[in-house]
Each structure stands twice: as C-alpha cells, then as structure tokens.
Design a protein around this ligand. Sequence first.
Ligand SMILES: [Zn+2]
Length: 77
Amino acid sequence: MPNKNSKAGHIPIRTCVACRAKRAQQELFSFILLPSGIVYDLAQKLSTRKYYVCPTPECVESLSKWRKKRAKGRASK
Ligand SMILES: [Zn+2]
C-alpha cells in the first residue's frame, strides 16, 4: 500500500473579507449575511453563499465596517 499523504494539496483556500488574506478554510470563521446582520455558520450546515473572516479581533471587528460599506454600495443606484 502506498503511504501517500492524501491530505496534502487538498485544503480549500478562502479569502478573509476584512484583510483579504488567503487562508485554509478551516482556519477561518464562516458566516452568512442576512438583512438582520451577520450570522456565523458555526454548525457548517448552511449552503448559501458564505463569507470568511480571520478569527482575530481585528478582522472580526472590521466586519461591521465591511458590512456597512456593502450595504451602502447596494443602496446607492
Ligand atoms: Zn483577516
């Protein structure tokens, strides 16, 4: 039996919406956007469009700014 490291090269990479850093999906918090606000997909059960953010206070904090900017962009025009 070949002893290959089958996990290597099979890590999904996602981009943090706050700092644009690319990280392994498992290192990031995933969340969805609802009209009422941000909902973290802790159970990993949701299949809608997901966003990712670093699990750092800096990035989590700038999420609210990011969301406001998004909402503004959509509201104008
Ligand atoms: Zn980040």
